[in-house]
Design a protein around this ligand. Structure first.
Ligand code: HC0
Ligand code: SF4
Ligand code: SF4
Length: 572
């Protein structure tokens, strides 16, 4: 431990604690911009300067030392911070009233907290074109503050390295290799850079207008579905605490927005377990393409295509749940309802921006109709609810529509890392043993350890060796272990985003100050597992609507019909 004083207050902290962290412990919020806990510690912006002796030092990388006397609130400190922020603002495209990040922008917050009323510096401005090339994200360099948070995320957390600093001095910018459009790079569309960006330089590609247009078209039958992770985060956009469950209010809001049917992607998550569980057993029997790797995360699929093309055949042929749900809506439900499938518009509400890219993949269509037409993020849905004047917090709880809205606890846990694996294990064991196992909480695959392992001995004596990774740096490490032969697995789940979809690139953006104090992944995952516990049915194969779907339409898992609609194959 080390002892120091901050603004005259004595603090004792473990060795290695930085001054910015120690200050927080005694109720002092030192402003910062480039600092993002666990991701970015570069002290490049100098907003967090404090006075130690005669010097001004950045506190985000300054380790506490015995006897240190730190001053965070002197005239010199306040002036220095103001100057830094004013310089940033002098070269910033200030569109605060119409910016996507208005009211959730760390630069705007700093400017307000530091009481900046006029900007003393007026100089040359850099002009860049907006990069609109990606189906998932938009880059507006004129709003970039060069904090490097996106670069550190892409390079270190995701090991993708699609973006980096280029040029020097005043001309420094964040760019792609050879200044290509982002869509032409190795970017996997995970959107984690958006979550790291403190301002509006990186945002999702919005599809709100497309969806309003479809809803206003009397010839269109517009159906919506919601991903597992959306229900534990949407409330945050309306001031609710992180990890509040709003499943019923979300269904009510979607109905009020005018969707003709409000379905749940969780239904198709149950279906995925039936299809993927059967695929696993068949691959195990044949000894083919093992380990089987999940393919429901489009960021992960693209990562395999770019970096491990030799492992493409290991990916499950199952389409991701929302794509399965879309295919069923158009090619099963439409007929049942007497609606022309060509007039059906499927909208997916996802915690994800990679799903926007996935929705457009030609592998994910049937009869020249895309399975999913538009993907909106959790943030875009919140925006539409606000635009419609719906008071979200006062909504009653409503149910999803049937039959494609009914699901189990196994489906909702898909939203957290390890969830797909746990759901699969719950079903595979029961199906093989003919039993109804009571202890179904596979806690080895829960939690935020980077790579998790589990073994399940089946009734036939065989053991399934499973591994789970989240965040692409962990996925890369796992792939290297598999490729080198150091580890052998039968079944691997990977989600591109650290924590899984609960902290996907389309979720509400939590500012760096809050992230320093709250483990957002853990809070939202807890809500997911609580939702699972409260469900009357917690195993996918017990979903009565899934049983009926096989009886009346699909026949059996991996049938010809199921393959036609619910499976695909990725090729490089
Ligand atoms: Fe996920 Fe999904 S769980 S990818 O992480 O499998 O986006 O929430 O919707 O499709 O179900 C995201 C979340 C989904 C899909 C499901 C899967
Ligand atoms: Fe990197 Fe993901 Fe951002 Fe693409 S979307 S630039 S892969 S962090
Ligand atoms: Fe999207 Fe989930 Fe994959 Fe992240 S982990 S890219 S949110 S599917």
């Amino acid at each position: 431990m080390v002892k120091l004083t901050i603004d005259g207050i004595e603090v004792e902290v473990p060795r290695g604690t930085t001054v910015i962290e120690a200050a927080r412990k005694v109720g002092i919020n030192i402003p910062s911009l480039c600092y993002l806990k666990g991701v970015s510690h570069t002290s490049s912006c100098r907003v967090c300067v404090v006075e130690v002796g005669p010097r001004l030092i950045a506190s985000c990388t300054l380790p506490c030392e015995n006897g240190m006397e730190v001053k965070t609130n002197t005239q010199k400190v306040r002036e220095a911070r103001k100057t830094v922020v004013e310089l940033l603002l002098s070269n910033h495209k200030r569109e605060c009233t119409s910016c996507n990040r208005s009211e959730n922008c760390e630069l705007q917050t700093l400017s307000k907290e530091l009481n900046i009323r006029d900007i003393r510096f007026e100089g040359e401005r850099l002009n860049y074109e907006i990069d609109n090339s990606s189906p998932s994200l938009v880059r507006d360099q004129e709003k970039c503050v060069l904090c490097g948070r996106c670069i550190n995320t892409c390079k270190n957390v995701q090991t993708v390295g699609a973006i980096d600093f280029s040029r020097r001095g005043f001309n420094t910018r964040v760019s792609t290799a050879l200044d290509r459009d982002i869509a032409e790079t190795v970017c996997v569309n995970c959107g984690q850079c958006i979550m790291a960006c403190p301002v509006g330089a990186l945002t999702e590609k919005e599809n709100i207008k497309d969806v309003w247009k479809a809803l206003a078209d009397p010839d269109k039958f517009v159906v919506v579905q919601t991903a597992p992770a959306v229900r534990v985060a949407l409330g945050e956009e309306f001031g609710m605490p992180i990890g509040t469950r709003v499943t019923g209010k979300m269904a009510a809001a979607l109905r009020r927005l005018g969707f003709d049917k409000v379905f749940d992607t969780d239904f198709a998550a149950d279906l995925t377990i039936m299809e993927e569980g059967t695929e696993l057993l068949s691959r195990l029997e044949k000894g083919e393409n093992l380990p089987l790797m999940t393919s429901c995360c489009p960021g992960w699929v693209k990562f395999v295509e770019h970096f491990y093309p030799e492992l493409i055949d290991n990916l499950s042929t199952c389409k991701s749940p929302h794509e399965m749900e879309g295919a069923l809506i158009k090619h099963y439900l439409a007929e049942k309802l007497g609606v022309d499938k060509k007039n059906v518009v499927v909208v997916s509400i996802m915690p994800c921006v990679a799903k926007k890219f996935e929705g457009q993949r030609e592998e994910l269509s049937n009869e020249n109709l895309q399975d999913v037409d538009y993907v909106l993020t959790t943030r875009e849905l919140a925006q539409m609810i606000k635009e419609a004047g719906i008071d979200f917090t006062k909504l009653p709880d409503e149910e999803f529509d049937n039959p494609l809205g009914e699901s189990t606890g196994a489906a909702v846990i898909f939203g957290a890392t390890g969830g797909v694996m746990e759901a699969a294990l719950r079903t595979v064991y029961d199906l093989l043993s003919g039993q109804d196992l009571e202890s179904i909480d596979y806690v080895q695959v829960r939690g935020t350890t980077g790579i998790k392992e589990a073994e399940l001995t089946l009734p036939n004596g065989k053991t399934i060796r499973a591994a789970v990774a989240h965040g692409l740096a962990n996925a890369r490490e796992l792939m290297e272990l598999v490729k080198s032969g150091e580890k052998h697995y039968d079944f691997i789940e990977v989600m591109a985003c650290p924590g899984g979809c609960v902290t996907g690139g389309g979720q509400p953006i939590v500012d760096s100050r809050t992230q320093a104090c709250i483990d957002v992944k853990a809070e939202r995952a807890k809500a997911i597992y609580d939702e699972d516990k409260d469900m009357p049915i917690r195993k996918s194969h017990k979903n009565p609507y899934i049983i009926r779907l096989y009886e009346e339409f699909l026949e059996k898992p991996n049938s010809h019909k199921a393959h036609e609609l619910l499976h695909t194959h990725y090729v490089k």
